[in-house]
Design a protein around this ligand. Structure first.
Ligand code: IPM
Ligand code: MG
Length: 352
């Protein structure tokens, strides 16, 4: 198992080392684990004058999976997007053709009190946002008008929508068999194409229920009645926005893991949150999103479902014991730091 570890910047470094700790704990000596660390983001600038140094990209290409922390530094705010440290991640996703971004929002019952929403709204919440990760209004090559449909496909081409649509239906088949496709088909040409293709692809999956929702309504429904959703499939920018919103339903964005997949088993795994320079280096960040990303890595890149479940059960166990980082602390629970939380999960691995 060759894994590229790219901690990046800010809290990315702290949370990734806890993810690695738990990875080692769950695998023990049973698997040949090869971990290679490389700089990305601001750390890439410092080490090699490039946010995605060629050696880092090469390592990622040659690995079975990538564990990313977070890329982005405070100075990014004064830079053009392509020159920002955080842009490394977009380059990496594109270079490896990782087009399917899975962002599960799952309510751990122990954290219901940390959600800003009422208990009955989030109790039992279990949804998956599937975000297309390479197209859309994000930086990319200009495209133009598609000859066959006449649509302005500056943002999405038909094959791109089709392949993400297929992933959505396949994922839904393993869950509650519902896909909600989110678009803005009433104003965007690219969304009209999106919707047409989703309807066509959906015919191949008659056992899965397909619905459509405009993105503004979807944003509203996520806070009003999020339990109606099973798999929500959407484009790059809407998925970016809606996944932060969905993350907060579960108590904290610090709980949200993600997987970015392509056509094969290789994947990039990372917390949904960013590098949070304001709280970096203080041992207060929540490492659980990184730890849960490691579980996704074992599930999707290595087919180690049992090991993935063990990590998820261990996380649940430490929450049940009342350990909380600052973002999810409540009266009656015990506040711990990044390091102690990671250690507790690693220890719990042998108890679940
Ligand atoms: C995410 C992040 C990134 C994105 C940024 C850091 C470029 O917000 O992964 O959700 O917009 O995709
Ligand atoms: Mg985001």
């Amino acid at each position: 198992m060759k894994i590229a570890v790219l901690p990046g910047d800010g809290i990315g470094k702290e949370v990734t080392s806890q993810g690695v700790k738990v990875l080692r704990a769950v695998l023990g000596d049973a698997h040949a684990l090869e971990l290679h660390e490389a700089p990305i983001g601001g750390a890439g600038f410092d080490a090699a004058g490039d946010s995605l140094p060629p050696a880092t990209l090469e390592l990622a290409r040659q690995s079975d999976a990538i564990l990313h922390g977070a890329s982005g530094v405070a100075e990014d705010e004064k830079r053009l997007p392509q020159q920002a440290a955080g842009f490394a991640l977009l380059r990496l996703r594109k270079a490896l053709n990782l087009f399917a971004n899975l962002r599960p929002a799952f309510m751990f019952p122990e954290l219901i009190g940390s959600s800003t929403l009422k208990r009955e709204v989030v109790d039992g919440l279990d949804l998956l946002i599937l975000r297309e990760l390479n197209g859309d209004v994000y930086y990319g090559e200009p495209r133009g008008i598609d000859a066959s449909s006449g649509f302005n496909t500056m943002r999405y081409t038909e094959p791109e929508v089709e392949r993400i649509g297929r992933v959505a239906f396949q994922l839904a088949r393993q869950r509650r068999k519902k896909v909600c496709s989110v678009d803005k088909a009433n104003v965007l040409e690219t969304s009209a194409l999106w919707r047409q293709v989703m309807i066509r692809v959906g015919r191949d999956y008659p056992d899965v229920e397909l619905s459509h929702m405009l993105v503004d309504a979807a944003a509203m429904m996520l806070v009003r009645n999020p339990k109606q959703f099973d798999v929500m499939v959407t484009g790059n920018i809407f998925g970016d926005i809606l996944s932060d919103e969905a993350g907060m339903l579960t108590g904290s964005i610090g709980m949200l893991p993600s997987a970015s997949l392509g056509d094969d088993k290789k994947g990039l795994y990372e917390p949904v949150h960013g590098s949070a320079p304001d709280i970096a280096g203080k041992d207060i960040a929540n490492p659980l999103a990184s730890i849960l990303s490691v579980a996704m890595m074992l599930r999707y890149s290595f087919d180690l479902e049992e090991h993935a479940l063990r990590i998820e059960r261990a996380v649940r166990e430490v929450l049940r014991k009342g350990l909380r980082t600052a973002d999810i602390v409540e009266p009656g629970t015990r506040r711990v730091g990044t390091e102690e939380m990671g250690e507790a999960v690693a220890v719990a691995i042998s108890q679940v």
